[in-house]
Design a protein around this ligand. Structure first.
Ligand code: ATP
Length: 511
């Protein structure tokens, strides 16, 4: 059994692998950087998260700002689209990150993820030490190297931390890279396009070049009129889509947080330009509430409004931009983005109208007001993999008092398995009663039937899987027609009649 007594990323990654939540992609060949596979428990957890999003955003009609149900329809567009889509959206020309290479170690970094430590006011004749943002001991190691270089201990007030991007050329020349001992091995930052390229058809030339989508949103914008013309939706309404996106990230890291292949859950909500503030405020609050309801209710979740300097050009004069952020173990004490909510104005629809040649004819016609306009868009854009990782990190609860030393405190709605059904021993008719109960319950819920190993070991497995309830059939069940129900978090036990177990689970899990 595991040795876990703290909530560290190492312990979380190890549990994910051991219990089949997340594996390295193509692990037997040494893996591939930035790609991850979900095992049986992970696939179920991620599916439950995505289902919850689809149910709550598309299927359930939320009461809107004035109490009228919010209208949202679903869409599934392709991953590869006409490359002109990405020229219009600005991704081909502008979807870039600054990249830095280390000439000595051959490592490659996102320039905006490198921080630097030096002695205040001592550029000349001094040295600066680079380390990676989010690297727990990065700053401590950089400080040690700096103290060794100046041959004395340094007080906090003498130290200066800044972003690598803010260094002058002279300062970069005296900077030691995160993985080297020499100065001046880091190249100047260069822009790097994140689009994955491929070719359609047998001939691999420029004409056949296409891209794997870096976001699902553009599939929604290009289908805007198809949806309006083929359904009864009228502004204000939303189109939701979830699916894979691909970004050739310079430095994939922090487990699944920054992957090269990941899944997004995006909603483009189309509104009259005059109503932008009302709908932005509505989605901003609603999306924060949703992540709380799904299991991230504690202090680790925040809603952060962007300041003007951070805003994309199309959002500068808009109703606002904010992120729902989670305090992952690798970002703590800081936070990492789970979802962005942005007022994108009419930027995307106008871009496509212009690039496809339809121009003003591509405006939306409002039959009630007889008005033609390009609707504005409020976009809540979330990551399913980052969401799943946040659920895992939040659920991971070390507990030295139990055999597993840890349990996963998932909300029942997202828990991969809702109940374990365990005959205490493999005799005296217990397995038969258990199997009958299993067959009854699995019609509605994902439940597991297990007769192997001791009951303690079976409980421990369920604790690690985050199963909220275990139902044990024991020596008394045949006579009293009841089972022992063990609750995961408190480990408390109560007796529930066999014919009331289904009702009990419906009530606790939601039917
Ligand atoms: P970041 O600044 O962290 O790169 P972003 O602002 O570029 O993220 P968006 O373009 O707003 O991200 O994408 C919407 C959502 O998609 C993000 O909130 C995140 O949950 C998810 N996402 C984006 N890039 C990745 C990635 N490389 N790996 C996993 N999820 C991602």
């Amino acid at each position: 059994m595991s040795q876990v007594s703290e909530k560290s990323m190492d312990a979380i990654v190890s549990l994910c692998r051991r219990r089949g939540f997340i594996f390295q992609s193509s692990e037997i060949y040494g893996g591939i950087n930035g790609f991850w596979d979900y095992g049986p428990l992970g696939a179920a957890l991620k599916r439950n998260l995505k289902n919850a999003w689809w149910e709550d955003v598309v299927e359930r009609e939320l009461p809107g700002p004035d109490g009228t149900p919010v209208s949202v329809v679903g869409l599934e567009s392709t991953i590869i689209m006409n490359p002109k889509v990405w020229e219009a959206s600005g991704h081909v020309g502008g979807f870039n990150d600054p990249m830095v290479d280390c000439k000595e170690s051959k490592s490659r970094y996102r320039a905006d993820h490198i921080l630097c430590l030096g002695v205040k006011g001592q550029a000349e004749g001094g040295q600066i030490y680079a380390f990676l943002e989010g690297d727990d001991d990065g700053i401590a190691k950089a400080r040690k190297k700096l103290e060794k270089y100046v041959k004395r201990d340094l007080a906090d007030e003498e130290l200066d931390t800044c972003a690598f991007m803010d260094l002058s050329a002279e300062e970069r020349a005296i900077t030691v890279g995160p993985d080297t001992k020499e100065v001046g091995t880091l190249t100047e930052p260069r822009m790097f396009n994140l689009m994955f390229e491929t070719y359609c058809g047998a001939i691999r030339n420029e004409d056949a070049k296409a891209y794997l989508r870096p976001e699902t949103a553009q599939g929604i914008f290009v289908n805007f009129h198809n949806v309006v013309d083929s359904t009864r939706v009228r502004v204000p309404f939303g189109i939701a889509q979830m699916g894979k996106s691909f970004r050739n990230e310079v430095t994939p890291r922090n487990f699944t947080f920054r992957s090269r292949e990941f899944e997004q859950m995006e909603l483009e909500f189309f509104i009259h330009p005059d109503e932008a503030q009302t709908w932005y405020d509505f989605w901003r609050n609603e999306r924060y509430r949703w992540w709380q309801a799904i299991g991230l209710a504690g202090d680790n979740l925040i809603l952060r409004d962007h300041d003007t300097a951070e805003l994309a050009h199309y959002a500068k004069n808009g109703a606002g931009v904010c992120d729902v952020e989670y305090k992952f173990p690798f970002t703590a004490p800081g936070y990492g983005e789970l979802e962005g909510v942005a007022h994108r104005s009419d930027y995307d629809l106008r871009q496509h109208a212009e690039h496809c040649g339809k121009g003003d004819k591509w405006r939306y016609f409002d039959q009630q007001s007889n008005e033609r306009y390009f609707p504005h868009v409020i976009e809540p854009s979330a990551g399913a993999d980052r969401g799943t990782l946040a659920l895992i990190c939040e659920a991971f609860t070390p507990d030295d008092s139990r055999a597993s030393k840890v349990y996963m405190n998932f909300e029942p709605r997202v828990a991969p398995i809702k109940a374990g059904i365990f005959p205490l021993v493999k005799k005296d008719g217990m397995p038969e009663i258990g199997e009958k109960l299993y067959k009854e319950l699995r019609r509605k819920h994902v439940v597991e039937f297990d007769v192997k190993q001791s009951i303690g070991k079976r409980y421990a497995r369920m604790d690690e899987a985050g199963t909220p309830y275990c139902l044990t059939i024991d020596g008394d069940t045949a006579s009293d027609q009841a089972v022992t129900v063990r609750e995961r978090n408190t480990q408390s036990q109560e007796r529930v009649a066999l014919d009331k177990v289904a009702e009990f689970l419906d009530e606790k899990i939601g039917s």
